[in-house]
Design a protein around this ligand. Structure first.
Ligand code: CFM
Ligand code: HCA
Length: 532
């Protein structure tokens, strides 16, 4: 059931954009709408931010290096650019890894060419080639990747030529990414560039050893970056159910795991926004079907495990999954009930990235906290309005039916066409009530705001008097100075994991501590100041 919704002022859209100049007003109004799950209103998304509105978006380099490729532990990631591009992204995302002693781990390092005026004027290729050589001589990594920042594209350094030469010289894979920060309109372009490079250069370059192929339930997790340890909890649950995790793209990931990931027989997508490209390419080339999942929230995790079991259609697996769910929920439920009694009905606002503003609504639903307004920084329209939920299967948002799609297969590469039985199992595993996108799963009357500005955020806080705002570092202290606790849903502040069952317990307790802390009583909110 959808959560209860607080009443909304009907002229709020008009109010929010009122102080803007005419052109900006017209533009921003298209990104703001009042939700109706039965008749999804259109919303503008994935377009250039309006200059000057103070967006919270990241850049193409952030999406490529920071998000998708940076978490790979045994590759040296060299950033070709001014040192700030590296410094401000150094461990701030809190993607974690648990690397065996015998393996290389460069996660905590920060490699940069430290581009300065000299390279801007005379070119930076030589310095880059030298940096690659030095990194190799000191660390002897299995592979090196190079990431372009804004100035690289502007001055025209050929990073791919440097990578080519380095490959010949060092005899290890060296690949470059043209992910200059200004490309595209957000980090989204960087995800796409990273997925293409990873698919072209890494996936399928190794085989899973025969002894690792005996379990018929072999999955990859796609779009799970192990922020605050989420991937550890997901792996624990999959193991407990007897499901083999081949690779995670790319949380706690080593190159070899990604290189033989084509030997999994199902892809599970957690963050659709950053990695749907990979799922599609792996389906087309290797015939691996994919399923959209959500491990955020206890109810959502239980559903996800059942969905996987339904796909494999094995009685023993199904029985094991039910045992795991029962055992885990028995531990979750007392905490959930206790917290719910203290937080129920208190309004929340959610403005994060490209998928969490949707997924975290499951956790707030568990606690009975209504999400009165939410939006993404950079997601695309399908993330708002509804997207494909499994390979070759789409839930039609209007009729709520399952539609079958045909895959445009490349006959040269397409190895294993899906059998009719596989298709049937896929269909059976898709619950059409689930994962249709943010708006079909949000209450009627909730405000949806894309690429929110600071002005809009502040005004929405004054309108809704939320008990909690969830956002990132660019808003956190602005919000807290207004007397409202702000939970970072990017890096989880100092907490996590929040995925799976243990994660849900962590999250309930954390939110309880935050919204019920007496400290907020000492900071008057703007509306308390006004009435004083
Ligand atoms: Fe996917 Fe992410 Fe997100 Fe994302 Fe990001 Fe992130 Fe995010 Mo920050 S991949 S879209 S580009 S779930 S870094 S781990 S928290 S904005 S909501
Ligand atoms: C990025 C990474 C980021 C930023 C988080 C924030 C992350 O976009 O460059 O603004 O708080 O999750 O670390 O999304």
């Amino acid at each position: 059931p959808l959560p209860q919704q607080a009443p909304v002022a009907t002229d709020l859209v008009e109010d929010l954009v009122k102080p803007y100049p005419v052109k900006v007003k017209r533009k921003r109004a298209k990104h703001i709408t009042v939700n109706d799950p039965d008749e999804i209103p259109p919303i503008e998304a994935n377009v250039r931010s309006t200059p000057g509105i103070i967006t919270t978006r990241g850049c193409c380099y952030a999406g490529c290096k920071g998000v998708v490729l940076g978490p790979i532990t045994d590759v040296i990631h060299i950033v070709h650019g001014p040192i700030g591009c590296s410094y401000y992204a150094w461990m701030t995302r809190r993607n974690q890894a648990d690397v065996p002693e015998s393996e290389q781990d460069f996660l905590k390092y920060c490699f940069s060419t430290d581009m300065t005026t000299n390279e801007i004027v005379f070119g930076g290729e030589k310095k880059l080639a030298q940096a690659v050589r030095e990194a190799y001589e000191i660390f002897h990594p299995k592979a090196i990747d190079i990431f372009s920042t804004c100035p690289v594209g502007l001055i025209g350094d050929d990073v791919h030529a440097v990578a080519r030469e380095a490959r010949k010289e060092l005899k290890i894979p060296v690949f470059a990414f043209s992910c200059e920060g200004y490309k595209g309109v957000s980090q989204s372009a960087g995800h796409h560039i990273a997925n293409n490079g990873l698919f072209k250069n890494v996936v399928g370059t190794e085989e899973l050893p025969a002894e690792a192929k005996t379990n018929p339930f072999r999955v990859n997790m796609l779009g799970e970056y192990n922020i605050g340890g989420d991937a550890f909890e997901i792996e624990r649950l999959l193991n407990a159910c007897g499901i083999q995790l081949v690779a995670t793209f790319s949380g706690n990931a080593q190159l070899a795991e990604l290189a033989h990931s084509q030997d999994a027989n199902l892809n599970l997508i957690q963050c659709h926004r950053s990695i749907n490209y990979m799922a599609t390419m792996m389906e087309t080339k290797y015939g691996i079907p994919w399923l959209k999942v959500n491990f955020i929230g206890a109810e959502a995790t239980a559903k996800t495990l059942r969905k996987i079991a339904r796909y494999f259609g094995d009685d023993e697996l199904t029985a094991r999954v039910e045992i795991v769910i029962a055992e885990e929920l028995a531990k979750v439920e007392p905490v959930r009930q206790a917290v719910r009694a203290r937080v129920e009905g208190r309004p929340v606002m959610l403005f994060v990235g490209g998928s969490r503003s949707h997924h975290y609504q499951s956790l707030f639903r568990d606690m009975g906290m209504p999400v009165v307004t939410a939006g993404y920084e950079f997601a695309h329209r399908d993330d708002y309005e509804g997207y494909q939920v499994a390979s070759t299967i789409k839930v039609d948002a209007d009729s709520r039916n399952i539609e079958e799609l045909t895959v445009e297969a490349d006959p040269e590469h397409y190895r294993a066409r899906k059998s009719p039985e596989e298709l049937e199992r896929l269909k059976a595993s898709v619950d059409i009530a689930d994962y249709k996108g943010m708006m079909p799963e949000m209450a009627k009357g909730a405000m949806v705001v894309d690429d929110i500005s600071h002005h809009e955020l502040e005004q929405l806080i004054e309108t809704y008097h939320p008990a909690l705002v969830c956002s990132g570092i660019k808003d956190k202290y602005v919000v807290e100075k207004m007397g409202i606790p702000c939970k970072q849903l990017h890096n989880y502040d100092y907490g996590g994991p929040y995925a799976g069952f243990r994660g849900a317990v962590n999250f309930y307790q954390e939110i309880d501590r935050m919204v019920n802390s007496p400290v907020w009583g000492f900071i008057p909110t703007p509306w308390e100041k006004q009435s004083a």
